[in-house]
Design a binder for this molecule. Structure first.
Ligand code: GDP
Ligand code: IMO
Ligand code: MG
Length: 430
């Protein structure tokens, strides 16, 4: 059975949760490998909507193991709330079906404080983060002053480590950011409780995953954010602080690249972005607002309105190259019904020159004008269609142009948020 990485190919919110929930039925294990509570992955089932932040989107599938890998940065309060929420929907979450890496880093109150204070200070040059402490916690990980779950479950060691780290972080918070110092006792007591509640899930998840693979089980690696928000290959500095691409799956779980068979890229049939940063195919004015309303484009985590734009095949080709995307899952095609004309961005105009490759330099990207191809839209509702041939000819032509301009085949076509609104164009397990 193949091991598959599912990534977002745009700026996040492509519908990864919805696609992972779908494919999870056919695998044994689903592992999240990066990001944290900045992610919001939505699953709609039996008319219930569940938004997951840390827990893999396979948790609703019976008999599947969910793993939160070492590369995920975990906010324990949010994780515990998430567990309760899933249980309240009638699903099982226990030490048998959820494992949490002992090497995963923990989001502490000072990370959130620093994230918010920095954004405020930066004013108009802010990143537009989710305010969940993600940048500061990854920063501490690299600086070797992070706190991991293996620290948290040893109260004495945790106390010593927290005290020295907090002393240093408080200097930064007070002297550089001009905010109030955080209290050791308050944090310590709160986090010890979280550690006790989460203890049963904590283990060496790289061993769990490698053992599963050795036994012939298949693992789905679930990415958060999207390739264009990747800390190395995204639109830096308007990115998140982790490796959101396929490579992150190995770093964030302890599974070798030689064990990965396929990379599935999830892409919306148009493009959205939350937060700041260049977005060449962004639609301004009434049409952008209309698309936001048609697609319900408000952040799953923060509720912020998402910026909306046309499908960008230049960007898609780039993210597919970086990640060797084997096939695409296109979501939200149903949202485009009722538009008279639909555009695809096929190139950028930069200082009078035509660019057909996505520039790695964000300063160049900022000044790129989109070059569009215009296609006919369609009026028909798509949600209940069951095969490709029943799609209106102009919708099929649109999908063909996506395949031609990105050079990647479409494997899955999602026509609604719930499980049954889907057309499989290729069996990825055959
Ligand atoms: P993720 O972060 O990539 O998992 O995506 P989000 O959950 O943040 O945002 C995707 C939104 O689109 C969610 O509200 C989904 O329920 C919804 N969605 C996913 N696929 C489809 C689809 O094919 N059609 C429609 N109309 N909605 C979809
Ligand atoms: P999912 O997994 C969309 C964006 C933020 C901001 C930038 C940095 O649901 O697709 P951060 O808080 O990570 O430091 O913010 O990244 N961002 C996302 N945008 N979907 C996400 O996750 C995102 N996670 C972070 O809006 O622009
Ligand atoms: Mg999301």
């Amino acid at each position: 059975m193949p091991n598959i990485v599912v990534i977002g190919t745009q700026w996040g919110d492509e519908g990864k949760g919805r696609i992972v929930d779908l494919i999870a039925e056919r695998v044994d294990v689903v592992a999240r490998y990066q990001g944290g509570s900045n992610a919001g992955h939505t699953i709609v089932t039996n008319d219930k909507t569940l938004v997951l932040h840390h827990i893999p989107s396979g948790i609703l599938r019976e008999g599947k193991l969910s793993v939160i890998g070492n590369g995920v940065v975990v906010d324990p309060k949010v994780l515990l709330e998430e567990i309760e929420k899933i249980k309240s929907h009638g699903y099982r979450v226990d030490e048998e079906n959820l494992k949490l890496s002992d090497s995963a880093h923990i989001v502490m109150p000072y990370h959130k404080e620093i994230d918010l204070a920095r954004e405020e200070r930066m004013g108009s040059s802010k990143i537009g983060t989710t305010g969940r402490g993600i940048g500061p916690v990854y920063e501490d990980k690299a600086a070797r002053r992070g706190i991991r779950f293996s620290d948290l479950i040893n109260p004495e060691g945790f106390s010593v480590r927290l005290r020295s780290i907090l002393e240093e972080r408080n200097l930064y918070i007070t002297r550089v950011l001009g905010r109030s110092a955080l209290e050791f006792e308050k944090i310590y007591e709160e986090y010890i409780i979280y550690g006790n509640k989460l203890r049963m899930f904590i283990t060496d998840t790289s061993k769990v995953l490698n053992d599963a693979i050795s036994q012939g089980k298949s693992v789905l690696f679930e990415g958060a954010q999207g390739a264009l928000l990747d800390v190395d290959f995204g639109t830096y500095p308007y990115v998140t602080s982790s490796s959101a691409g396929a490579g992150g799956a190995c770093i964030g779980t302890g599974v070798s690249p030689t064990k990965i068979d396929l990379v599935m890229g999830v892409a919306k049939a148009y493009t959205t972005r939350v937060g700041e940063g260049p977005f060449p195919s962004e639609i301004s004015g009434d049409l952008g607002i209309r698309l936001r309303e048609l697609g319900g484009e408000y952040g799953s985590t923060t509720g912020r309105p998402r910026r909306c734009g046309w499908f960008d095949s230049v960007a898609l080709r780039y993210s597919s190259m970086i990640n060797a995307v084997s096939g695409l899952a296109i979501t939200k095609l149903d949202v485009l019904s009722s538009l008279d004309k639909i555009k695809i961005c096929v190139g950028y105009r930069y200082k009078g020159e035509l660019l057909t490759e996505f520039p790695s330099n964000t300063e160049i990207l900022k000044h790129c004008e989109p070059v569009y191809e215009e296609l006919d839209g369609w009026r028909e509702e798509l949600r209940d269609l069951k095969n490709l041939s029943s799609l209106p000819p102009s919708a099929r032509a649109y999908l063909e142009r996506i395949e031609e301009t990105t050079g990647v085949p479409i494997w899955i076509l999602s026509l609604g948020p719930s499980r049954e609104k889907v057309i499989f164009l290729r069996d990825i397990f055959s």
